[in-house]
Design a protein around this ligand. Structure first.
Ligand SMILES: Nc1nc2c(c(=O)[nH]1)N(C=O)[C@@H](CNc1ccc(C(=O)N[C@@H](CCC(=O)O)C(=O)O)cc1)CN2
Ligand SMILES: Nc1nc2c(ncn2[C@@H]2O[C@H](COP(=O)(O)OP(=O)(O)OP(=O)(O)O)[C@@H](O)[C@H]2O)c(=O)[nH]1
Ligand SMILES: [Mg+2]
Length: 459
């Protein structure tokens, strides 16, 4: 039986808020027959859509719609589920919700993600699949949506489970040897434990690479456009977006506040931010620009990649170069940056020799934009979309990294002439545990709370 708050019956509006054609009020609980009797006036045939009036407290219909009863355990949550598929007006849906709350004692509003949390607790989904439900809903690109669907179907979880099974097999070998000390290393050798460990590590490396790609699809890349005033940052944002998002003028100091937009390259979400041109407080036109420049620095601090933009029309000018040196000195160490030279179309701009690794482009003509897109993907570590990618999260990447670290420790131990089998066994146990955290085989209340509270209500 489910613990604590998971025992209450719950209800929520399960369709997108606003004015949809159809809206769903969904309830889940151990036994919803009082609710069904009150609102539908009679029991419902299992898993069959029935057209009927939804009755208010006074017996008058609130709407006429489709009712669906999924008796436990054959439902999304594994509990009794009732769906009222009504007309989608927000006032009507609130009325229906209130009617349900009052029709069955102890029924309460569902918290964010609570339906899916129950599906997890009742073994309908594992944790990675439950996360994929949220990632599917939140997907910002088509590639992200397709990958989330693949994770939801269990592809990712199965790969992780196979890794866990192989780890368990190794644990068995080592722990069996521990029980028969006279056989010791000899036994490990005969059973091929070392070879299996090497092969397992290679597969973990592959899984880690794919999981990183999956996390990139989900989280995207935070790109910040930075540089001196008037170098063409806003023009470049507009060129990449193919839309006039930011104001462009020949006046230095045009952009005052950050302008952000999510674009995509090959399905990878790109959260791109245009910032106020960087110059010293003394040079800034006014207080507004000074605050804008502070915000530019904040954005740079939080970036995955900074596009440091230069003006080919001005490189070589003494004051331009002096300002450039000052900015370079201030750029935070750890943030990767691309040196990009804009205005390749100006006289002499195409011929100038650039520092190694720098890109030349023109926001005006579009020349060089594709190379910039490729460089951004390369910077993010994106490998040309392999088939069958699944969505993943930073949490999964970190768990795999931990598993890998423990397997490496185990490998080092196993390579010793007088390998300490108890240490080897412990490293394998920890690797197993890290893998199990991905699918939720090992999870804490805290972790579940963090994961499910980020869902939308009704999910
Ligand atoms: N109307 C409606 N559409 C929906 C959902 C929903 O809850 N209601 N879903 C909500 O996210 C998704 C579908 N997910 C679902 C997953 C399992 C079951 C279900 O009844 N499972 C049973 C029976 C399985 C079977 O017949 O094969 C079970 O697992 O025992 C229903 C919906 C998307 N579309
Ligand atoms: N010839 C040429 N002019 C460009 C190019 N890109 C931008 N410009 C011009 O440069 C001027 C400044 O462009 P913006 O995009 O506003 O520059 P910015 O870096 O956003 O400037 P601030 O917001 O003031 O920091 C405008 O007159 C643009 O038309 C380019 O590729 N070639
Ligand atoms: Mg600008």
């Amino acid at each position: 039986m489910l613990p604590g708050r998971h025992q209450d019956p719950i209800v929520a509006i399960a369709s997108a808020p606003g004015r949809g054609a159809v809206g769903i009020v969904r309830a889940s609980g151990r036994d919803l027959s009082p609710l069904i009797q009150a609102v539908c006036g009679r029991p419902l045939a299992p898993r069959v859509a029935t057209l009927l009036p939804f009755l208010g407290e006074d017996g008058q219909p609130l709407d006429r719609g489709l009712a669906l009863h999924f008796p436990a355990p054959h439902s999304y949550t594994g509990e009794d589920v009732l769906e009222l598929q009504a007309h989608g007006g927000p006032v009507l849906l609130q009325l229906l919700l209130a009617r349900c709350l009052q029709a069955q004692p102890a029924l309460r509003l569902a918290e964010a993600g609570e339906f899916t949390e129950r599906a997890f607790l009742n073994d309908k989904l594992d944790l990675a699949q439950a996360e994929a439900v949220a990632d599917l809903i939140d997907a910002s690109t088509e590639a992200a949506a397709r990958s989330a669907a693949r994770s939801l179907s269990g592809d990712f979880s199965r790969q992780i489970e196979r890794l866990a099974e192989r780890t368990v097999h190794l644990r068995m070998l080592v722990e069996a040897t521990l029980d028969f000390p006279e056989e010791e290393i000899d036994f490990l050798e005969k059973a091929g434990a070392r070879g299996q460990l090497d092969a397992l590590l290679a597969t973990v490396d592959e899984a880690l690479a794919r999981t990183r790609q999956g996390a990139l699809l989900r989280e995207g890349l935070r790109v910040v456009l930075a540089g001196q005033p008037n170098v063409g940052k806003s023009s470049l944002l507009n060129a990449l977006a193919g839309a006039e998002l930011a104001i462009v003028t020949p006046i230095p100091g045009t952009t005052r506040d950050r302008v952000s937009e999510t674009l995509q390259i090959e399905g990878v979400p790109l959260h791109i931010t245009d910032t106020a041109g960087l110059r010293s407080e003394a040079e800034a036109a006014d207080e507004v620009e000074r605050i804008g420049i502070q915000r530019s620095w904040q954005a740079i601090g939080g970036a995955d990649v900074v596009i440091f933009l230069h003006d080919l029309g001005r490189v070589g000018e003494a004051d331009y170069e002096a300002a450039d040196t000052l900015i370079r000195a201030q750029l935070p160490e750890g943030v990767p940056r691309l040196q990009v030279y804009n205005k390749a179309d100006v006289k002499g701009g195409g011929g100038r020799v650039l520092p190694e690794g720098a890109l030349r482009l023109s926001a005006r003509t579009g020349e060089g934009l594709d190379a910039l897109r490729r460089a951004l993907l390369a910077q993010a570590g994106w490998q040309a979309a392999p088939e069958g990618l699944f969505i993943a999260r930073t949490r999964h990447v970190q768990a795999l990294q931990r598993a890998r670290a423990h397997l490496l420790q185990a490998q080092a131990q196993a390579a010793l002439r007088d390998a300490a089998l108890d240490l080897l066994a412990e490293e394998l146990r920890l690797a197993h545990r890290a893998l199990g955290e991905i699918t939720g085989q090992f999870s804490t209340e805290d972790l579940l709370g963090v994961i499910f509270s980020r869902f939308c209500i009704g999910k």
